[in-house]
Design a binder for this molecule. Structure first.
Ligand SMILES: [Zn+2]
Length: 438
């Protein structure tokens, strides 16, 4: 009886504390005054708009005067009347646990001389950098040997321990024996692996379950390697058998996870499409036949143009001139893919280059290679949300969506590089950056 009484008292005190906590933190309501607002879904720009934010979500959007009239009196106004406001950006291909790897030596050094805790500390800085540059969403496509540290970074962000984007993580990624770094060391040494090495359909199914168990939101695998040009087209060696790839994608889909395939050459892309992957990463060797298949299957392309440009010269100097050819092939393929209506999601491979480079540099290349500025913005907002299956949560400034909102001073539809100078960042209704008026 005494025990029961103590329990009841304890329950009461816990319940009353929760109640007090709720009373003490009412939902913050703010009204954003947007001089120009990019309506990404309709592909147009609206003027003098009001965005009512309640807690972490957007409650109403419309002409400023109307929204202000319906809002509580004395509401806090965030004045972005001289700015262009748009939804937070999404980068669908990052590596927060990598700090640039132009050469194999750069890569090996990080895996051999940096501990996973050290790399994770640097990853928290990368996550913050991404957010401050306006990227409120990132799909991080594997930790490059840092095991499940991406899940920990995501948890720390979600719990408010560190600032960062909404993370969709893929943990360790897959490749087969002998087909991913670290390579070239004496057989006497037990070297760390940049991915989870797995062979055989049954083992692959088990490994997919293991990654999902430890927090993978996505499954990533390396479909090909050893890129070469034949008859003017980029080809590659495929890393897995058709049976292995099929097992991987099938098991991931069974567990409600989508699959991203690193596929550079025609052969890797072909094999990935046959296995019904959800996104082709890089895809430098895409030809018209493959593009038509992607349109039919609804497969996304994450082109990662800038990283190819960034590493090409360095890798050519280190003895791999193929990177120059791949860079130029992709420049041609991109415009064709846009015309054909291939679904394109913004992805940079940041981490493949140093995090000191702004992830927004990809936009200028997309526009140079054939997209309108609006299309490039859509690739990083509504298209990305569609790929991530969260179209009702982010990707547009609309009622019901998370209040993930950014602003720039100029007009990115006239000069897309404005997105490299983000001045205001709100995520889930919380302001992380506000340089407007400074
Ligand atoms: Zn990558």
């Amino acid at each position: 009886m005494k025990k029961l009484l103590i329990t009841l008292v304890l329950i009461f005190s816990v319940v009353s504390k929760i109640a007090i906590a709720q009373v003490r933190t009412p939902e913050t309501i703010v009204l954003i005054k947007a001089g120009r607002l990019i309506d990404v879904r309709a592909g147009r720009i609206l003027e003098n708009q009001g965005i009512l934010v309640s807690g972490e979500r957007i409650k109403a959007v419309g002409p400023f005067a109307d929204i202000q009239r319906s809002a509580p009196a004395n509401i806090k106004i965030v004045d972005l009347s001289r700015s262009t406001v748009l939804p937070g950006l999404a980068d669908c291909h990052t590596h927060i646990l990598l700090q640039g790897d132009i050469t194999a030596a750069d890569y090996d050094e990080q895996l051999l001389k940096e501990s996973i805790p050290y790399r994770t500390i640097r990853a928290t800085v990368a996550a913050r950098t991404g957010l401050m540059n306006g990227f409120t969403v990132m799909r991080d496509l594997e930790t490059e040997g840092a095991m499940y540290a991406d899940v920990d970074v995501k948890t720390a962000i979600n719990r408010g321990v560190i600032p960062g984007p909404r993370m969709f993580v893929s943990t360790r990624a897959f490749s087969a024996t002998g087909m991913y770094p670290l390579l070239g060391y004496s057989w006497e040494l037990k070297m760390p692996e940049g991915v989870q090495i797995v062979d055989g359909a049954d083992n692959i199914r088990r490994a997919v379950r293991e990654q999902v168990k430890f927090g993978a939101d996505w499954i990533k695998f390396y479909a090909d390697r050893r890129y070469f040009i034949k008859d003017g087209a980029l080809h590659s060696w495929v890393n897995f058998t058709a049976e292995e790839m099929k097992a991987m994608v099938d098991e991931a889909h069974r567990l409600g996870r989508r699959v991203a395939a690193h596929a550079m050459g025609w052969d890797g892309i072909d094999a990935s499409l046959k296995a019904s992957v959800d996104s082709i990463e890089h895809g430098y060797g895409l030809d018209e036949g493959l593009m038509d298949r992607m349109v039919r299957q609804g497969t996304y392309w994450c082109p990662t143009i800038y990283v190819g440009v960034y590493v090409a010269e360095g890798r050519a100097a280190a003895g791999a001139p193929i990177w120059l050819a791949m860079r130029d092939l992709e420049a041609k393929a991109f415009g064709v893919a846009v015309r054909k209506g291939v679904k394109i999601a913004y992805g940079t491979d940041a981490g493949g280059y140093a995090w000191t480079e702004n992830q927004a540099k990809e936009f200028a290349y997309m526009v140079r290679y054939g997209m309108t500025p609006m299309q490039s913005i859509q690739s990083a907002t509504i298209n990305a949300a569609d790929l991530l299956e969260h179209s009702s949560d982010f990707g547009a400034v609309e009622p019901g969506q998370f209040a993930d909102i950014i602003a720039v001073s100029g007009d990115p539809l006239r000069d897309i590089t404005e997105l490299e100078r983000v001045r205001f960042v709100m995520k889930s209704g919380q302001i992380y950056r506000n340089d407007i008026g400074r």
